[in-house]
Write a protein that binds this ligand. Structure first.
Ligand SMILES: *Cc1c(COP(=O)(O)O)cnc(C)c1O
Length: 377
C-alpha cells in the first residue's frame, strides 16, 4: 500500500541528525523553554522573513493565543472559513468567540474575497477579526482579504498550519496579516514527533503578550500580570524541528515536483486537479483532486494499493458541535460542493517517483473505468 503520508519516512531520511539532536537535549538537563526553543524561534522567524516567532504547544493553541492577543473575547464574531481543519474553529470557540463563516473560492479552496465582502456587510459591528486559512498549501488571496479587513479596521490572523514556506509575490505566508500561526503536527510540511506550534508577527507588544500568555501570564518568574495558560513548545520538539526546518525548502521543492508529475500523469477528464496562481507559491501540503464519484474512487484506489484521505468529509458548519444557525451568516455553496468531491492523494517528500507513477496510473484507470472494467489505457 502506498501511504497517504509518512512521518516515519521523514525521521528515517534524517535519522542520525534527529537522534543526535534528541540526545543533545536529554543530556542538557533543560527540557522546557531553553536554548533549543530560543534558537528554533530565531531560525523559524528568519525562514519566514518575519520579525519574530514564538513557540507554543500546538497549532490550535497558536490560533487561540493569537486571537487573545488581538483582544478577541467572549461573544465577538470572527470571520473565517468552514472548509478547514476543525481546529481553526475550535480555537475561535475556545476564546468564547463565534465563528462567522465565509465561503471559499472554488479554485483556490481558500477564503473568497467576494464572500468576505458580503459577510462583512451582513455582520457589521459583530466581527472583531478575520482568520484566513492557507488550505492544502495554497496561499489565500491575502492582498484582497487584507484590503477588505483593513477597510473595516479588523485584525487578520493567517492560519498557516498547512502552508509552511508558501509565499505570495515572494512574501511568505504568515507575514501578511497581523499574526501568522503554525502547527507542527507530525504530518504537516514541517512536522515534529509530537505536538507543537508557533506564532509569527512583527509587533513587539504582541510578542511580549504571547510570551507571557504561553506561560501562566508570567511577566517574570512567578509574577502573573495577566491571564495565561500553559502552552509551551518543548525542547525535544524544538531540537527536532531545527533539523527539519533546515530541509523545509528542499522538502517543499520535492512536493512541488511530485505535484508536477501528478499534473502530467493523471489523465482523466472527470478529475479536477489543483490550480496554481501567478505569483503564489503552493507548497502542496496536500495534492487534492475533485472527483464526481469520490467515495467510489477512494475505494477503487484502495483496491489498487493507493491510500487516500478526505480533507475534510464535512465542513465545520456541518459538524454537530458547530451546526447552529448563528454560525452561518451566509450560504456556503462552494464549501458544501467541495467537501463532497475532494480527495487527497499520497503526498510526502520521501515518496519515490515509482510510487508517484503508480498513483498516476491507478487514478487514471479508476477514474476512467469507475465500474471496474479492466480496460487498457
Ligand atoms: C493541523 C491544523 C491546525 C491545528 O493544529 P494542531 O497542531 O493539530 O493543533 C489548525 N489549522 C489547520 C488549518 C490545520 O491544518
Amino acid at each position: 500500500m502506498i501511504p497517504q503520508s509518512s512521518p516515519v519516512s521523514a525521521y528515517l531520511a534524517r535519522r542520525n541528525e534527529i537522534d543526535a539532536a534528541i540526545r543533545r537535549v536529554l543530556a542538557s538537563g533543560r527540557y522546557i523553554l531553553g536554548d533549543e526553543v530560543r534558537q528554533f524561534e530565531v531560525e523559524f522567524a528568519a525562514a519566514h522573513r518575519a520579525i519574530w516567532a514564538t513557540g507554543v504547544a500546538s497549532g490550535t493553541d497558536a490560533v487561540e493565543l493569537a486571537l487573545r492577543v488581538l483582544g478577541v473575547g467572549p461573544g465577538d464574531g470572527v470571520l473565517t472559513v468552514s472548509h478547514t481543519a476543525v481546529a481553526t474553529v475550535a480555537a475561535i470557540a475556545r476564546v468564547g468567540a463565534v465563528p462567522l463563516f465565509v465561503d471559499v473560492d472554488r479554485e483556490r479552496y481558500t477564503m473568497s474575497p467576494g464572500s468576505l465582502h458580503d459577510a462583512l456587510g451582513r455582520t457589521a459591528g459583530r466581527a472583531k477579526a478575520v482568520v484566513a486559512v492557507h488550505l492544502y498549501g495554497q496561499p489565500a488571496d491575502m492582498p484582497e482579504i487584507l484590503a477588505l479587513a483593513r477597510a473595516h479596521a479588523l485584525p487578520v490572523v493567517e492560519d498557516c498550519a498547512q502552508a509552511h514556506g508558501a509565499s505570495l509575490g515572494g512574501r511568505r505566508v504568515g507575514t501578511w496579516g497581523d499574526l501568522g500561526t503554525f502547527s507542527f503536527y507530525p504530518t504537516k510540511n514541517l512536522g515534529a514527533f509530537g505536538d507543537g506550534g508557533a506564532v509569527v508577527g512583527a509587533d513587539e507588544r504582541h510578542l511580549d503578550a504571547l510570551r507571557a500568555m504561553r506561560e501562566y501570564g508570567w511577566e517574570s518568574r512567578y509574577v502573573s500580570r495577566q491571564f495565561g495558560v500553559n502552552s509551551r513548545l518543548d525542547e525535544l520538539q524544538a531540537a527536532v524541528l531545527r533539523v527539519r526546518l533546515a530541509a523545509l525548502d528542499d522538502d517543499n521543492r520535492r512536493r512541488r515536483l511530485i505535484a508536477d508529475r501528478y499534473d502530467e500523469g493523471i489523465r482523466a477528464d472527470s478529475i479536477i486537479k489543483p490550480r496554481r496562481f501567478p505569483g503564489a507559491e503552493h507548497v502542496f501540503h496536500q495534492y487534492v483532486i475533485q472527483a464526481p464519484q469520490r467515495d467510489h474512487l477512494q475505494k477503487a484506489l484502495a483496491d489498487h494499493g493507493v491510500a487516500t484521505l478526505v480533507h475534510y468529509p464535512k465542513a465545520v458548519h456541518q459538524q454537530p458541535a458547530y451546526d447552529g444557525e448563528s454560525f452561518r451568516p451566509v450560504a456556503l455553496p462552494n464549501t458544501e460542493g467541495v467537501v463532497s468531491r475532494v480527495l487527497s492523494l499520497p503526498m510526502f517528500p520521501e515518496m519515490t517517483l515509482e510510487q508517484v507513477e503508480a498513483v498516476c496510473a491507478a487514478v487514471t484507470r479508476c477514474a476512467r473505468y469507475p465500474d471496474g472494467a479492466s480496460g487498457r489505457s
